[in-house]
Design a protein around this ligand. Structure first.
Ligand code: XCC
Ligand code: SF4
Length: 652
């Protein structure tokens, strides 16, 4: 295997760089080597102009007018081909997020007072029950939970009517959706509609194709993902702020190290519970270790760090590097974002690679199926596999980079409101709302807000895009919410710590000090972008504006997955400009490019920006935020006596 990627060029964080060197010495292949081996990637694929929808093809058409083949065998143009491909990416992403949500709903349906799955957040359940119109009078908490779960499960495939939308969607936004015919119907129905419309011989009009994709994407953000987040909070607790550590340095020499990787909290929650059992600890000690050290990766990592403070080993690009430490007894995965490469890589070490979901079996992995009905026993079985593996370690192969950072996680919306309330005089300020935040935006103390989300992608040096953009935002008084692998990049860079106020502009620094928050708020996993939607929707409602009028934008600097395309599309459809640091495969179609980066704004008030240079992207984001500030600055909000925030809102 050729290792022709230069040291210093693969990742922003030094732990990964250190382990990449180890990989080179041991002649172990990583994603970077496989990327280099591909040499140049397929230009047709990259521009979205290769169609394989029927077997008359594959047809690759030329993106250059008048040059090369202009149409597929059926006559489909580059615009048709690229738009269909884009819509299928959206459908793939929506399916993944929403099926995750569905699984959580099924788990909620299993709650009982003496079982392993219980209602942990009654308050949240009652709020959610109200939204689904479930009457709670005289009902036992488990019965309410089951009925809520049933309502939600039925929403996935209901034959008539529209998605049950959360109350946070402003009326103005609903109107925009109605006018554009993108008010979503049932979740599964929209995904199926895309699969149908993109079938050979259906939609052959780019505008109409993108329109269908927009409607479908909304079932993710405001449907499947929303359900995923809310029901996880009911089942496992709504996150509260807590301090954590992040980066590969959280792996410990003298412990049984278990990496939890994937997305759904259903299994990982049980593993956390089971690992705390004295019986499991004793087993680890008997095996010669000091105990069990759970560490998280990707979104499963985000779920358990938000609720239990489980340390973050790293994000998407670090999954192989965790194994390369030689000190990981088991990588336990559920679904999504799992490299099949782990199967061969783990064979070079003592590490067990354990798949648990029938949806994500991987050749070469050990499959220990996780069964919710016997969740705790399944979890213990899986932990036992790891503990029994401890004695197989090869000390000469161990290298744990001593690199980690501290930071805060756990900023659910309830937690954010709690922080805001701490400094507010409760007799005038409606406590329990985002009002102070809205005020800070209006006064200009905060210039705006941005959600930085998404993956790593070897087209970008790992974490470089995330970190440059976040730093530029906070320096300019723009508060940042992060989720997914972007959140973990921020954690590793120390940007989730309260000390990160040193990088902030004056206004943001004051807000953070008063509310006792870091300038970059870890709001969870990628399905938890629903928390960001909820926050933006609620702030818009307070100001009686549409979401598209707020100085708020979204950014996915290093995205790679179909889920990210779904997210970007629902963010734009919700009115938020979305800056993509990796160009989506549509540029072979002048029309689709124009729709995404231009026409969409006329439809829904937001659009995509393709900008691969993070510094340029940051400039454009700030310019757009300043432009949108005009909408909030003209608001003549009655001055509210808000102690603490007073000095921040001198204009009121
Ligand atoms: Fe996966 Fe959610 Fe992307 Fe990370 S950020 S690589 S999708 S784990 Ni969602
Ligand atoms: Fe080619 Fe048309 Fe078939 Fe696509 S649908 S593979 S463009 S013939």
């Amino acid at each position: 295997m050729a290792h022709n990627v230069l040291f210093g060029n693969i990742a922003q964080d030094l732990a990964t760089e250190e382990l990449y060197k180890k990989a080179q010495t041991e002649n172990i292949e990583t994603l970077w080597d496989r990327k280099a081996a591909l040499k140049s990637q397929c230009g047709f694929g990259e521009q979205g102009v290769c169609c394989r929808i029927c077997t008359m093809g594959p047809c690759r058409v030329s993106p250059i007018p008048g040059k090369g083949v202009q149409r597929g065998i059926c006559g489909a143009t580059a615009d048709v081909i690229a738009s269909r491909h884009y819509a299928r990416m959206v459908a793939g992403g929506v399916a993944a997020h929403s099926d995750h949500g569905r699984n959580i709903a099924h788990t909620l349906h299993m709650v009982s007072s003496n079982g392993r799955y219980q209602v942990r957040d009654d308050k949240k359940l009652l709020e959610v029950a109200a939204r689904w119109g479930v009457s709670v009078e005289g009902k036992d908490i488990n019965a309410i939970a089951q009925q809520v779960a049933e309502m939600a499960l039925n929403d996935f495939g209901k034959p008539f009517g529209n998605l049950t939308l959360p109350g946070s969607v402003p009326d103005q936004r609903k109107k925009v959706w109605e006018e554009n015919k993108i008010l979503p119907r049932a979740i599964d129905r929209e995904v199926v509609t895309i699969m149908h419309a993109t079938h050979m011989g259906c939609t052959a009009d780019a505008e109409s194709m993108v329109n269908l994709a927009m409607r479908t994407s909304l079932t993710d953000g405001w449907g499947g993902s929303f359900i995923g987040t809310e029901f996880s909070d009911i089942l496992f607790g709504t996150p509260v702020p807590r301090e954590i550590e992040a980066n590969l340095g959280v792996i410990q020499t003298n412990m049984v190290n278990i990496v939890l990787h994937g997305h759904e909290p259903v299994l990982s929650e049980m593993i956390v519970l089971a690992s705390e059992e004295p019986e499991m600890k004793a087993l680890a000690v008997k095996a010669g270790a000091d105990g069990i050290n759970l560490v998280g990766m990707c979104c499963t990592g985000n779920e358990v760090t938000m609720r239990h403070g489980v340390k973050i080993a790293g994000n998407f690009h670090q999954q192989e590097f965790a194994v390369l430490t030689g000190a990981v007894e088991a990588v336990i995965v559920d679904v999504q974002c799992i490299f099949p490469a782990l199967a061969t890589l783990t064979q070079c070490y003592h590490t067990k690679f354990i798949t648990t979901s029938p949806l994500a079996k991987i050749t070469g992995a050990i499959h220990v199926e996780f069964n919710e009905k016997d969740a705790f026993e399944s979890a213990k079985r899986i932990i036992r596999e790891a503990v029994e593996n401890f004695h197989n370690r090869k000390p000469e192969k161990i290298l744990i980079p001593q690199i980690k950072s501290q930071g805060m996680v756990g900023y659910s919306n309830r937690a954010i409101i709690g922080q805001l309330d701490r400094v507010v005089n409760s007799y005038t300020h409606k406590s329990g709302s985002f009002e102070p935040l809205a005020q800070c935006l209006v006064s200009g103390v905060l210039r705006g807000a941005v959600g930085v989300v998404g993956c790593n992608n070897p087209k970008v040096k790992s974490d470089y895009g995330h970190i440059e953009i976040i730093k530029k935002m906070i320096a300019n008084d723009v508060i940042v919410a992060v989720t997914g692998c972007a959140a973990q990049a921020a954690a590793k860079a120390g940007l989730l710590s309260k000390e990160a106020v040193q990088y902030c502009g004056e206004g943001l620094r004051k807000v953070c000090e008063l509310a006792d928050i870091p300038p970059v708020l870890h709001m969870g996993s990628c399905v938890d972008i629903s928390r960001i939607l909820e926050l933006v929707g609620e702030v818009a409602k307070i100001l009686n504006l549409d979401m598209s009028e707020l100085p708020v934008v979204a950014s996915a600097p290093e995205w790679m997955s179909e889920k990210a395309v779904a997210i970007g599309t629902y963010a734009v459809s919700s009115g938020l400009d979305t800056f993509l640091g990796v160009t989506p495969p549509v540029t072979g179609s002048p029309e689709v490019t124009d729709i995404l980066t231009n026409r969409m704004e006329n439809w829904v008030g937001g659009k995509f920006y393709f900008e691969t240079d993070p510094l340029q992207a940051a400039e454009k984001m700030l310019a757009r935020i300043e432009e949108k500030r005009a909408n909030v600055e003209k608001l003549n909000i009655q001055r509210m006596c808000v102690t603490g925030y007073d000095e921040l809102s001198p204009g009121f």
